[in-house]
Design a protein around this ligand. Structure first.
Ligand code: AHR
Length: 663
């Protein structure tokens, strides 16, 4: 069944590439800023007299999807490299550019004489067939020669911590001696940790080293890694890696602080691997999972659409382990033959290899270890299959003006359903019934809107037909605040979440995007993102707190409600947890006036002490930052509630989440 045409919109731009290129992106930012300014004038449309809100938690009108809140991810804003993926070394594979070997500098202490070059003729693997060659003409103790790397705008070093290093090296003459790895403070030059790595003569080998800091060290991120020698000679290096302790001690794992932030969002799924990142700018840049698995030395990396290179250290297995660590399930997006520059692979035999790649990818995720790709996963260290229920075909294919998506979707759907009938398929655009013999189970709609628009949009799905595919809001965000949302953004996000909860019989999943931003100015490409961080710290935006509260207090059914006398800046959701017999009442006052309410609570008798969590700020512009991470944060307080008629005032610019016991 085809959904009504209004169901799919992407409101910022008709031209997808305008996100990735600076000019277009500036336009997006300017229009968002203009709308933010306009929206401020519309925030005080609230009712002065009490609003009558009637709630009957004994009457459940629609179910709430248990999968409603999840996360969406892709390599944007240094979300993985320089973000969640714990690798500390930037450009660990010595990719060169016209500026030289980016992020690496030559070290010549004292009177040492040396140079470094990319050597395209020698590398440790087919995926990394090149390396850096350090040529040392003279060096000695105190006059070392080598290379240094400042990490992703700093290297976080903490006390009493072991950092696990890996490098590949080749030597033609042992006289050069061992390579010494050191973590060094940028400010003082103090050596914070050191390890000697003896390299043997001959062909390429991998070497592991450990840098351990002492207990007295003061945590900082103004540090660099130095690799140096004390004698003349030549050494070739490749894949220089340094990992701090990771979440659940995964050897190729994730930053602990960011994983903890994500866990506290109470997500139920992770949509991966994108976003534009799935598609790539050109047809050749598509996300080919086969190049992202196995030993790091066999991963070539690839050009990602958000202007920088992806190491693919965060590969398919790492995405799946990220899900496993957070006890959530992947929503796997497979490449569907459309690239951001507008080219597509013609449906039919040209598309067959990509369809096969999708089938292989699903087998890698879910196959037993006696299947070809399940066995590959087992060899990669994970014999057990991962859970999977949803497969998404493509990303934002409504941009494909050639109209090829109907046939591309149908070709993928036929093959995937034949092989894996148990999975639900998600389309990224409406699929015309007359054009495609396969219909999606779920359709992915995306919304990025300035706050006034988002506030005016909350009734969008109230009257949408319930006869077509279910809806996945695979990307959504109020564009207000940068690099993370301000409180005006959080209010509009919360308003939108009340709408998704109310319509969760139709909207079965939703994920805010982008999720992560390295706030270093050189690291980010998108204006409004949920969680900010640098090399050593993270912070939660007001919208993050709103989302964590909404997801953490969600029932399995929506109660019958009625409201009268409300202005258009008051929003609410009332869901009931049937097992615990708790009403989760969420109120959002996005106006600049306090709002009195008379709440008629049916089916509840007597007096109750409810738990209320409040998120409030003095202005729409107020926000959290790296340096002021807790300006806006949830505050818990008990709340006196009486069945029957109960008077309550929600202050201006406030989000309230209440857990009201029903007996
Ligand atoms: O979230 C940022 C981008 O917005 C995603 O990569 C893309 O799917 C959308 O256009």
């Amino acid at each position: 069944m085809q959904r009504a045409p209004k169901a799919t919109t992407h409101d910022l731009s008709r031209n997808k590439m305008s996100y990735a290129v600076t000019g277009g992106f500036l336009l997006v930012c300017l229009s968002a800023l203009l709308c933010e300014a306009l929206s401020a004038q519309t925030h005080s449309l609230q009712s002065a007299s009490p609003v009558q809100l009637t709630i009957d938690p004994t009457q459940i009108v629609t179910p709430v999807s248990p999968m409603l809140y999840g996360m969406m991810t892709e390599e944007i804003n240094h979300a993985f490299d320089g973000g969640l993926y714990a690798e500390l070394i930037q450009n660990r594979t010595f990719r060169g550019s016209w500026q030289g070997i980016e992020h690496w500098t030559l070290v010549r202490n004292g009177v040492a004489k040396a140079s470094m070059q990319v050597d395209r003729s020698s590398g440790p693997s087919k995926a990394l067939p090149y390396s850096v060659r350090l040529n040392v003409d003279s060096a000695s103790r105190g006059n070392e020669a080598g290379l240094s790397n400042g990490g992703y705008w700093g290297i976080a070093v903490k006390p009493h911590t072991a950092y696990r290093g890996l490098l590949y090296a080749k030597l033609d003459d042992p006289a050069i001696g061992p390579v010494t790895a050191r973590l060094i403070s940028d400010r003082t030059g103090a050596v914070l940790a050191e390890a000697k790595i003896p390299i043997h003569t001959g062909d390429w080998s991998s070497y592991h080293y450990t840098l351990t800091t002492n207990a007295e060290l003061v945590p900082s991120s103004e540090n660099h890694l130095q690799l140096s020698v004390e004698h003349s000679g030549r050494v070739w290096l490749q894949l220089v890696s340094l990992m701090p302790p990771t979440f659940n001690d995964r050897p190729n794992g994730n930053r602990v602080d960011l994983m903890e932030r994500m866990a506290a969002l109470h997500p139920r799924f992770l949509r991966l691997p994108g976003g534009n990142y799935l598609e790539g700018d050109r047809l050749n840049d598509w996300y080919n999972f086969k190049e992202t698995i196995g030993p790091l030395v066999d991963r070539p990396g690839h050009q990602a659409p958000w202007t920088y290179w992806s190491t693919d250290g965060m590969g398919l297995l790492e995405f799946l382990e990220w899900c496993e660590d957070l006890k959530i399930e992947p929503v796997l997006a497979v490449y569907a033959g459309y690239s951001l520059r507008g080219d597509h692979i013609s449906p039919g035999k040209d598309l067959d290899p990509y369809v096969q790649a999708a089938i292989d990818e699903v087998e890698y995720v879910t196959g037993d270890s006696n299947t070809k790709w399940g066995a590959e996963r087992a060899r990669d260290g994970h014999p057990a299959p991962f859970p999977l229920h949803y497969i998404e075909i493509g990303n934002e294919d409504w941009f494909d003006k050639s109209g090829s998506y109907d046939a591309r979707f149908a070709q993928f759907a036929r093959a995937l359903r034949k092989q894996y009938p148990q999975y639900k398929l998600i389309s990224t655009a409406p699929v015309k019934e007359e054009a495609a013999d396969e219909q999606p189970d779920v359709q992915d709609d995306h919304y990025y809107k300035p706050s006034a628009e988002m506030l005016n949009f909350v009734h969008h799905y109230d009257d949408a037909p319930r006869t077509g595919p279910k809806i996945f809001i695979g990307e959504w965000a109020t564009l207000s605040g940068s690099p993370t949302p301000n409180f005006g953004g959080a209010l509009a996000d919360a308003a939108w979440m009340t709408s998704m909860e109310r319509n969760s019989d139709l909207i079965i999943m939703a994920s805010y995007a982008p999720l992560l931003v390295n706030v270093n100015p050189q690291a980010s490409q998108w204006r409004t993102n949920l969680i900010g961080y640098n090399a050593i710290k993270t912070y939660a935006s007001p919208s993050y707190y709103a989302q964590a509260l909404f997801a953490g207090h969600l029932g399995d059914g929506t109660a019958r409600t009625a409201i009268t006398g409300a202005g258009d800046r008051l929003f609410y959701s009332a869901t009931v947890s049937s097992n615990d017999q708790v009403l989760h009442l969420k109120l959002v006052n996005a106006s600049s006036q306090d709002q009195p309410l008379e709440i008629d609570l049916h089916g509840v008798t007597g007096e109750h002490t409810a738990k209320m969590t409040t998120l409030h700020a003095a202005t729409y512009e107020a926000t959290n930052t790296l340096n002021d991470p807790n300006l806006i944060h949830p505050v818990d307080a008990p709340l006196h509630v009486s069945g029957g008629n109960w008077k309550h005032t929600i202050p201006a610019l406030t989000i309230e989440v209440m857990d009201i016991p029903l007996h």
